[in-house]
Structures are given as structure tokens and as C-alpha cells.
Design a protein. Structure first.
Lengths: 262, 555, 353
């Protein structure tokens, strides 16, 4: 059963084709990766899934329901959560508050009930707070709930963003370069964490990654994009030795190619 | 002399030039001469002197500040240079004024100004006065700079209070409470002079303020935080009760003159709380906010005015409709601007505000809205036979309104909606990606803000029993904006502080009316450059959250 | 494609478009009624058009300041209206002095030149001071901060000038040379109007050339496109920004003299409404776009002059000219809602995510 199915997704910006007829399937409970040189369209693809961009052609299905062209908040409510390449936390809000915003799809109180503090609202707030604290603990951020997000160190911010994404209890988790800027130890911790999320919580995970160590180590399926088109797809063992893929990287003279051949 | 040394002397010189230019500006703008009669400390210094020399004081301070590792004697020299240069520039102005009558262009370049610059000393000896005053001001600055930290802030506070109280002499003596014979006698003979403070009074006040400030700064802050939770909660309740009682008695303690100011400040607090939600919580810069006040006021006018005779409802009957009108207009305004980014949103709302005002002013709608004359004979609230028509009585209604609005704002701040608003403010796209419906959330912000302003409008209309298009100018929107910025965007107590400082204080100082917006402008620029978060920045509910957090972790 | 677009349309879109259509329809209806009932004569229309062109020229010159600054700094220089005011409000004293000594009407060209130079210089200095003192430090601050600073600066400047020069308006002495009208065939146009229209046009031409052809102008455009890259290419970004403010300021100062020629009275508050209208013009044409400023200004001037009589009287609105400003603001609102990139499109690149 596929959690996500992208069919012939095409996205154009004026004359530029950022995505060209992308077909991609993410199986339930899988951990899959999308890789490719810079500018290949990976984040654009994420943006299409989350509804931030509206693809010109093609269709995206979550389960058996089309989510193409739905607004981002509707997509979120259907169970898709994401993190961002360059950490987009709510800087002037505390860690706990950031996470509680993430719980939005499950919250029901409205303006009236908030003002008069009905029993239901108070319950909901209390449970939300507890859940937020639990997530903080899970991410190793216990005790830092009151810190403003902008004051947290880099690694903590990444983990907070992940906690915020998990707060909505998503079916599908999109992670955009979750290990960017991390040292090897942190990278390993994050990799283990991602695996645990899938193993313990049953979340389907699709990630964009540049660190090949991570990609090869954790993915069941890797999709390679270049210039907006899918050039290869397969398990790590295949991708590693795929000449098309290597050329795509080598052709840019990038360091990533050498890592690929590890 | 090394090049570095010449450099700092040149800097001191140029700073003196800047200070001089600023002082000249202050003279030409009229601040120096207009308040030349307002004594702060009689016989010693007037408010005009204070304004005139303030640039020198401040600039000299920055000269000192940027020269940290310079020996004391050099510092004296540097300050002297700055002060004297500034003074020399004023002398030049004085000299120019003797040669040429500058008044056709600079209306304030009058003989009165010149005699103030030379402190009445006959020229040519008078030409020496400005440099001497400049030197003195610079030396005072140096003196303050050289004081150790705690003493310094205590001294500065003392000076500021002396200036404030001296200027407000007349207003302070109007306080009902102070009119009782004994107090009045002491105040008038010993503390105050016929204008401003007496020397004794000034010294006494300075000692009290500086002393207590020094003492309070010394006490370790931790003491309050170390008290057990229960005691702190009880303390807080006691504090609230005391405040409530004080507020209830305020109009009678202060008297009629103050009641007008209290009422106006109260209305601005209500508007500030509303705009605080739109701008502070949700980050939507609305420059046409006054339109909602106007809609509430005009709705009340149209529905209750016996002059217009259209509906003739009572205040309470009309109130829900007026509030509904304001609330709906909030939504109407919000709809088109939902996708706009910051600057454009601001300008569009400004446009809306102006359009509403121009419509209210027009002949076209004169039949309903009264044109330039506005609407008269608006009903005042009545309960049974009792009509709220004095300023003091209306104060209580306004107080009630403030309490209600503050309560709602406070509750919303820590709720799902409040967090959604703040998320939108921080990063709208990500907020949407979290599942927040931007349309509804933004419309809720606009409409709630509009509702609060509308409520203020209805009370404002009842207070004046009339409403004019001139009370809906852009300047009022700016007024409200400035006060929430100064207080701290998003901060509820900040609104109160902002209103006190920017509405209450100027209300007391009616002579300042001409310069009020000048100060606002200056303060806005200053705050944005130096402390954009405001005086009382949004304090996250740290303490309580901290308690709950540690309690839960302990489980 | 259509299906996709339909999916994205929301209730708010429908409501907003609905209101737009209603207003648009009313405008069309009113226009038709006015034209059909021939309420105004051809001569009146021509006069209104000339009015529109002359106002438009002034708006265009002021708009240039907004558009250039927005181009390089992405900020709305709210205080530009005071930059506009400071020039003519200062130069009026020179004019009065020259008039007093008889020089003014004896040597009108030189007098006007001197007055214009002074006005342009003062406005330029005010603009430069603004940049240096209020805006430079806030270049990378979140968007609202510079805007609020600009608002504060605007008030500060207004009241500074009020304090210095007084509360009352000052009147420019009339130039004998420009009294009366010129006749072009059947139409007669006031001399001042002709001077204003031609000067504005010439000046816009000069400014356009500066921005398009000169090295500094090109540098300005590259800073508008991409500040970082421009810096990497060796352009002194600070200097270019100063230059931009200076250019915008000077042209506002000249616009001020033209304004004074028409309206004759200057006072401390005179910048507020023209400033907003010039901003409207800049956005109408496409902010960041020099030609757009010219187009927007002219268009706005024409709509503002002809509009009230064209469609409002057709709708039966009494005293339609009272609502001139309201029309301008409505255009502002409409443009920002329906086509924020303006007629010629924004020359500024800016992507979201």
C-alpha cells in the first residue's frame, strides 16, 4: 500500500521546468530518500506535496485521495508534516509553543471556548502541554521548553523542528536535509532517531539528503533527480553503482560524487 | 600627537558640531524659547534650558562612551571641546540674529530666543554664555559618566523625576487629594515655587528618588523568585486587589481635570489592546485602525442621535449593532488583504482608513453621516434613571471596557488561537503548513481588533455626545501604533505603559500639544533603532510554564 | 489548467472579486451616463485632461523617489512625502526674498532656476540624512521595522519644519511671465500648466536616461536586482544607495517647485496626500520601474482629474470633486489587491520559499 503516489508531476516557473513528469511512490512504513545535485528540484517536489506549490501537470495522491492543489493547511490535516532545509522555527516563541502549534490539526478549541476556558478547552490545553513536554523529552530537549527557539543551539533547533513535525501525528513525514550542518556524532544520532520513528511510531518517511552515508545507510529506496527529472530509482546498492547517477554528480565536479563511490 | 589622538579630538570636535546643530534645531523649532518660562527648578533651570542643552548632554556622553581607554584628564578635555564647540555654534546663531532678522523664515528666531541663549546677559558679553553653558552641560555629562553604574542610574532617574515633577507643578497641584489644606500648604510653600520646584523641593525629590532607586537596584532580584509558589500567588492576589481599589477611587483622588485624561487614555488603551492583537500577535500592520473606532462611533451616532432622528435607539440598544458593525468591517477589511505582504498591507489599510474618513466627510453621505459637522446629540448610557454623563461616571464604564478587553486578550494570548496568530507573525507559510487556516485566523485577528476599537468608539461617542470626521484621522491610527510599539508589540502590560506615556503624559502637558507628534516621531525612530522590542517586551509566561514543566518532569 | 485554477479559488476570492466587479460596474455605468447625457462640454474635458497631465507629471516625479528606493532597499520610504515638502517649503523664502528685491520678475528664468536649485538641494539633503541616520542601520531588519521608522521620521520632519517655518502656509509670489494663457488653436491653456507639463516630461526623460545609460544608473539597477551579487561585482552598494536617495530627493524637490507653481501655497503638511498618491502611482506603474513611475503618475493624474466628473456625476454623486482623493486611494487599494505588480510589472525579483 502506497502512502504517497506522485504521477507525472510537472512544475514550471515561467519558462523553467523545475520538475518534469515525476513518478514516485512511497510505500507505507518505508524510509525512502530523494537525492540529486543542487537545483535538481527536490525541495520543489516537497513543496508540491505539501501544497505550497501547485503543479502544472500531474497528480499527487495521499493514500487513495488526491491532494494535488489542496492548500497547505488541508494537506497538513490529512497527515503530512515536514521539516525545512534551513530550519524554519517560530523564532520568538518558546520550544513548547512551537510544538503546540504543530498539534494544530488535532486541536478543536475555538475563540469562544478559549476565552471562557470551558472544561474541554482546559483539558485540551493540558493534554497538549503534556504531549509537548513528552516530545521534548523524546528529542532530548527536556527542560528547555521555555527557551525561545531562536536561543537554542543549532542541533537543538533541528530536533525541535522535528518534534514540531511529529506533534501533528503525521502519516507521512517529509524531512528536508535533516542532518545538514551536523557533525558525525549528531548525524548518527539523527539517523538512529529517524529509524526509531519509523520502527516505533510507524511513520512513513521521505527524506531529502546530501550526506550519502545517511542515505545509503537508512533508505530502502532511493530516487535520484537531476534537472527536474527522475534519472534513477532503486535500492542503495543499485544507485551506488549506477553510472548515470555518478555522472550526474561527477558532471558537477562535486564532492558528493566521491562520497557516492564510498 | 599620534594619529589616533588627533582622531579622537577631531571626533570630539565634530560631535560638538552635531550637538550644536541639534541645539540650533531645537531653538529654531521653538522648544527652547516656548518653555523658557516653564521652570523646573525656579531660578536654576527652566524646561527650555533643559531642551536646549539636552543634545549637548547626550552627544558629550556618546563622545565619552566611545573613548573607553582614555585617561581622565583627556576625557575632561574632550568633553570640554564638545561642549564648547556646541556652544560656539549657538553663539554664531546669536550673532547672526543680531545682524539679520531671521523671523520671516524661522518664526522662532525671536528676541526672546536670543535673550534666552544669552541668559539675559547684555551683548557682547552675552556671546560668551552659550559656550559656557555648553561647557557646563558637557561637564555634567562627564560627571554622570564617571559615576559607578548603580549610582549613575540612580542619579539619572533623580534628574528625570525632578524635570518631570517640576514641569508638572500645576497639574500636580490640581490633584484632588493634594488640595486638602495641610498637604496643599506644604506643597505650595516648601516643595514647589510659584513655577516649578523650589530648590529645596528639587533637592529633596532628587534625594528620595536617587536614594530609593539605588537601594532597590541593590536588593538581589532572586529574593522574589525564591518565595514558595503559594505565597507568590497570594501576594499577587493582594496586589491585584490593591490595584483594583486604587483604580476604583482614582477619579475621586485625582479630580476632574484628570478624569478627562483618564477617560481619553482609557479609550486609547482599549484601542491599543485591539491593535496589539492585529499587529502584536498576528503581525499584520494595520495603519487604518482608526476606521474601526470611527465605525463604532458613527454607528452609535446614527442609531441614537436625536438630532438625526433616524432610529432614536438608546445607548444599550444600539451597542450590539455598533459592535456588530465594527466586527463586520474588520472582516470586510481583512478579506482583500489576506495575501498581502507587510508593507503593502500597511499601505492598503492606510488607504482604507482614508477612504472611510473621506466618505464620512463628503456631502454625498451627509444625510446619514453628517458631513463635516458630524453627528450630534448622541445618547449616553443609562441604567434605570441613572445617566452616565460626567467624566468620572464614564470612567467606570471605560474601566469596565478595559477590564473586559484585557481579559479577552489575556486569555487569547495563551490559547490555540493566540499561538496561531503568533505563528503567522513569525512565519506565515510554515504556520499554514502546520495546519493553520490562514484565512480564518487572520480574519479573526482583524475582526477582534476591530471589535475592540468599535467598543472604544461607542464609549468615545457617548463621552462627547458627538462624533466628527476629524476624530478619524490617520494620526490617531499612528498614535495607537506608537503606543503599542513603545510599550512592546504583543505585550499586554506594554499597552498600558505606552498609553500612559504617550497619551496620559501629553494629556497632562497641554502646552506640549504642538510638539506631541514631533516627539512621537523622534521616539519611534529612536525606539526602532535601539530597542524595537519596546519598553516591556512580550514576557513569555516563563515562570508558570517553568513551574509546570519542572513539576511534570519530576513525575 | 482551468480545473486546477478552480480548485484554488476560495470563498474570499469570490467575495473580493465580487466587490471589485460591482465597483467596476458602477464606474462603467456612471461613465456611460455622463457621456450619453453630455453633461460636460469638450472644452471642459480638455481642461480636465490638462489638469490631469500636469498633476500626473508632478506625481511621476515624486513617484520616482519611491520607486527607486523601493528598488534598492525593498522598503517604502514613508518619509518621502516630507522630502517632497522640505524643498519648496524652504525655497519659498528665497522666492519671496527675490520678489522683495525686485529680482524675481525682472529675471524670471534665473529666479526660477535658483529657486529650483535650492529646493532640489534641500530635498536631497533631507533624503540623504534620512538614509544615513534612520535607515542605514536597519537595512537587514525585519520588514516592519524600517517602515515604522519611516513613519516616525515622517512625523518628525513634518513637525520640525512646522516648528521652524511656522504653522501657516507660505505663498509663492506670482511670476508675471507665467500669468495668463497660451492659445493652441481652439484650446487655451494656462501658461503655468504648460511649463509644468513640459518640465516634468523633460525631467523624467533626463532621469530615465540617467538610470538606463549612465554607469551609476546601471549600478543602481544591479543593486535593485541583487544586492549581494552587485557587491561581489565590485559595486559600492552603500554609495549607490546614497546616490539613489539623492536622485529621488532631488527630483522630489523639483516636483515641489512645480507643485508650488500650480498651487502656490506650501505648508508643512503638504506632502502627506501627494506622497500617498505618488506612491499609488509608483505601484500602479510597477514599483521599481522608472517608466512605470511615469506611466503610473500620468495615469493617476488623469483618472483623478477626469474621474470624478466622468463616472461619479453619472452616478448622481453630488460634489464629485470632493471625492478626488478617495478615488486615488481606491485605485491604490484596487491595484494592491488585484495586481500588486502594477501595470508594467515589478522590476524586482522575489521568490517566496
Amino acid at each position: 500500500m502506497a502512502v504517497l503516489r506522485a504521477k507525472q508531476v510537472t512544475k514550471r516557473f515561467g519558462g523553467l521546468e523545475a520538475l518534469r513528469s515525476i513518478d514516485l511512490e512511497v510505500k507505507e512504513h518505508a524510509i525512502q530518500s530523494i537525492i540529486g545535485p543542487n537545483g535538481a528540484g527536490k525541495t520543489t517536489f516537497f513543496n508540491c506535496i505539501t501544497g505550497f506549490y501547485n503543479p502544472e501537470e500531474g497528480d499527487i495522491l495521499l493514500g487513495d485521495r488526491s491532494i494535488t492543489g489542496l492548500s497547505p493547511d488541508r494537506v497538513a490535516r490529512l497527515g503530512v508534516a515536514r521539516t525545512y532545509q534551513n530550519i524554519r522555527l517560530f523564532k520568538n516563541m518558546t520550544a513548547v509553543e512551537n510544538i503546540m502549534v504543530g498539534m494544530e490539526p488535532h486541536m478543536h478549541s475555538n475563540i469562544i471556548s478559549s476565552v471562557i476556558r470551558t472544561r474541554a478547552e482546559r483539558e485540551e490545553e493540558r493534554e497538549a502541554l503534556e504531549e509537548a513536554l513528552r516530545l521534548l523529552r523524546m528529542m532530548g530537549l527536556a527542560g528547555q521548553g521555555d527557551m525561545l527557539a531562536k536561543n537554542l543551539p543549532y542541533g537543538a533547533q533541528r530536533r525541535l523542528e522535528l518534534a514540531r513535525a511529529l506533534a501533528s501525528k503525521p502519516k507521512l513525514l517529509l524531512l528536508d536535509e535533516p542532518t545538514a550542518g551536523m557533525n558525525p556524532k549528531e548525524t548518527q544520532e539523527m539517523t538512529d532517531l529517524i529509524r526509531r520513528l519509523r520502527d516505533e511510531l510507524g511513520i512513513t518517511i521521505l527524506l531529502i539528503e546530501h550526506q550519502m552515508r545517511v542515505v545509503m545507510g537508512i533508505s530502502e529506496l532511493i530516487t535520484v533527480l537531476d534537472y527536474g527529472a527522475k534519472i534513477a530509482e532503486g535500492p542503495p546498492s543499485e544507485i551506488q553503482s549506477d553510472p548515470v547517477v555518478i555522472e550526474a554528480y561527477l558532471g558537477r565536479g562535486s564532492y558528493q560524487a566521491s562520497v557516492l563511490s564510498h | 600627537m599620534s594619529s589616533k589622538t588627533t582622531h579622537i579630538w577631531k571626533k570630539a570636535l565634530s560631535n560638538g558640531g552635531i550637538a550644536g546643530a541639534l541645539s540650533i534645531l531645537i531653538s529654531l523649532v521653538g522648544l527652547a524659547e516656548k518653555f523658557g518660562d516653564t521652570n523646573v527648578v525656579k531660578g536654576v533651570v527652566t524646561l527650555g534650558d533643559f531642551f536646549l542643552l539636552l543634545p549637548i548632554l547626550l552627544v558629550a556622553y556618546t563622545t565619552l562612551w566611545s573613548n573607553v581607554d582614555v585617561p581622565r584628564p583627556t576625557l575632561v578635555g574632550l568633553s570640554a571641546v564638545t561642549g564648547a564647540t556646541a556652544g560656539v555654534m549657538l553663539t554664531l546663531l546669536l550673532a547672526l540674529g543680531q545682524l539679520v532678522d531671521l523671523r520671516p523664515m524661522f518664526v522662532n528666531a525671536s528676541p526672546a530666543l536670543y535673550s534666552q541663549l544669552s541668559r539675559g546677559v547684555v551683548l557682547p558679553l552675552g556671546y560668551l554664555i552659550p559656550p559656557i553653558q555648553g561647557l557646563i552641560a558637557a561637564m555634567i555629562s562627564l560627571g554622570i559618566y564617571l559615576l559607578p553604574g548603580r549610582i549613575r542610574s540612580a542619579v539619572i532617574q533623580g534628574i528625570l523625576w525632578v524635570v518631570l515633577v517640576g514641569t508638572l507643578r500645576d497639574q500636580i497641584l490640581l490633584i484632588e487629594l493634594f488640595k486638602t489644606r495641610a498637604i496643599s500648604y506644604i506643597l505650595k510653600t516648601a516643595i514647589f515655587a510659584s513655577s516649578g520646584l523650589s530648590l529645596i523641593g528639587a533637592l529633596l525629590l532628587f534625594a528620595i528618588v536617587a536614594g530609593s532607586s539605588y537601594y532597590l537596584a541593590g536588593r538581589k532580584k532572586a529574593t522574589t523568585n525564591n518565595l514558595p509558589i503559594q505565597t507568590r500567588k497570594t501576594n499577587r492576589i493582594i496586589l491585584l486587589v490593591v490595584i483594583a481599589v486604587a483604580l476604583a477611587l482614582l477619579p475621586y483622588i485625582l479630580g476632574i481635570f484628570y478624569s478627562e485624561i483618564l477617560d481619553t487614555t482609557g479609550l486609547f488603551i482599549m484601542m491599543g489592546l485591539g491593535l496589539n492583537i492585529v499587529v502584536g500577535f498576528a503581525g499584520l500592520l494595520d495603519l487604518g485602525y482608526v476606521a474601526f473606532y470611527a465605525i463604532g462611533a458613527y454607528a452609535m451616532g446614527v442609531l441614537t442621535s436625536t438630532g438625526l432622528g433616524l432610529f432614536n435607539l438608546s445607548f444599550w440598544q444600539a451597542l450590539p449593532f455598533a459592535l456588530l458593525a465594527a466586527w463586520l468591517s474588520g472582516i470586510l477589511l481583512g478579506l482583500p488583504v489576506l495575501r498581502m505582504r507587510g508593507d503593502y498591507l500597511a499601505i492598503v489599510t492606510l488607504g482604507f482608513g482614508e477612504i472611510v474618513r473621506l466618505l464620512a466627510l463628503s456631502d454625498w453621505l451627509r444625510g446619514v453621516l453628517g458631513g463635516t459637522q458630524g453627528i450630534q446629540s448622541i445618547a449616553q448610557p443609562q441604567i434605570g434613571g441613572f445617566r452616565f454623563n460626567t467624566l468620572q461616571e464614564l470612567y467606570y464604564l471605560i474601566l469596565l471596557g478595559i477590564a473586559l478587553i484585557t481579559f479577552i486578550a489575556w486569555r487569547l494570548k495563551d490559547s490555540r488561537l493566540g499561538r496561531s496568530w503568533m505563528a503567522i507573525r513569525e512565519d506565515e507559510d510554515v504556520a499554514q503548513a502546520m495546519g493553520i487556516n490562514l484565512v480564518i485566523t487572520k480574519l479573526l485577528a482583524f475582526s477582534t481588533g476591530a471589535l475592540f476599537a468599535g467598543l472604544a468608539g461607542t464609549l468615545g461617542a457617548a463621552k462627547l455626545t458627538s462624533v466628527y470626521p476629524h476624530s478619524m484621522t490617520f494620526i490617531i491610527s499612528i498614535n495607537v501604533l506608537v503606543l503599542i510599539i513603545i510599550g512592546g508589540m504583543g505585550s499586554i502590560p506594554g499597552v498600558f505603559i505606552g498609553a500612559l506615556v504617550l497619551v496620559g503624559l501629553p494629556g497632562l502637558l497641554t502646552e506640549f500639544e504642538d510638539y506631541r507628534l514631533w516627539f512621537y516621531g523622534l521616539v519611534l525612530v529612536f525606539m526602532m533603532l535601539n530597542r524595537p522590542e519596546g519598553l516591556l517586551p512580550e514576557a513569555r509566561r516563563k515562570r508558570e510554564l517553568h513551574e509546570e514543566t519542572s513539576a511534570l518532569i519530576a513525575e | 489548467m482551468l480545473k486546477r485554477w478552480l480548485q484554488r479559488v476560495t470563498l474570499t476570492d469570490i467575495v473580493v472579486w465580487g466587490i471589485g466587479v460591482v465597483i467596476g460596474g458602477a464606474v462603467v455605468y456612471g461613465t456611460i451616463v455622463t457621456l450619453v447625457t453630455a453633461t460636460y462640454s469638450a472644452e471642459q474635458w480638455i481642461n480636465l485632461t490638462i489638469d490631469g497631465l500636469k498633476l500626473g507629471g508632478i506625481y511621476a516625479l515624486i513617484a520616482l523617489g519611491y520607486t527607486l528606493v523601493y528598488g534598492v532597499l525593498r522598503m517604502i520610504n514613508f518619509a518621502h512625502s516630507e522630502v517632497f515638502m522640505s524643498g519648496p517649503f524652504t525655497a519659498v523664502f528665497l522666492a519671496k526674498y527675490l520678489h522683495q528685491i525686485g529680482f524675481y520678475n525682472a529675471h524670471p528664468f534665473i529666479s526660477l532656476l535658483l529657486v529650483t536649485l535650492l529646493s532640489a538641494t534641500v530635498s536631497m539633503v533631507v533624503a540623504l540624512l534620512l538614509e544615513r541616520i534612520a535607515y542605514r542601520r536597519l537595512r537587514y531588519a525585519p520588514r516592519l521595522v524600517p517602515l515604522i521608522t519611516a513613519i516616525g521620521a515622517s512625523f518628525f520632519l513634518q513637525y520640525t519644519f512646522r516648528g521652524m517655518y511656522g504653522n501657516d502656509p507660505e505663498t509663492y509670489p506670482t511670476l508675471e511671465m507665467l500669468k495668463g494663457k497660451w492659445n493652441f488653436g481652439i484650446i487655451s491653456v494656462p501658461k503655468t500648466d504648460v511649463v509644468v507639463i513640459i518640465s516634468a516630461f523633460l525631467l523624467m526623460l533626463i532621469l530615465y536616461t540617467i538610470v538606463q545609460i549612465t554607469k551609476t544608473g546601471k549600478a543602481m539597477r544591479s543593486v535593485s536586482e541583487d544586492k549581494e551579487t552587485a557587491a561581489l561585482m565590485g559595486i559600492d552598494v552603500d554609495r549607490i544607495i546614497v546616490y539613489t536617495f539623492g536622485l529621488g530627493g532631488a527630483s522630489a524637490g523639483v516636483a515641489g517647485v512645480l507643485y508650488a507653481l500650480i498651487f502656490q501655497q506650501v505648508h508643512f503638511y503638504m506632502g502627506f496626500i501627494p506622497g500617498l498618491k505618488a506612491f499609488t502611482a509608483a505601484v500602479l506603474g510597477g514599483i521599481g520601474n522608472v517608466v512605470g513611475a511615469w506611466l503610473g503618475g500620468t495615469l493617476l493624474g488623469l483618472i483623478e482629474s477626469i474621474g470624478p466628473n466622468l463616472f461619479l456625476s453619472g452616478l448622481g454623486v453630488p460634489a464629485p470633486n470632493q471625492l478626488k482623493d478617495a478615488i486615488a486611494f481606491t485605485i491604490l487599494v484596487f491595484i494592491l489587491i488585484f495586481r500588486p505588480t502594477g501595470l508594467l510589472g515589478e522590476r524586482v525579483s522575489g521568490t517566496k520559499a
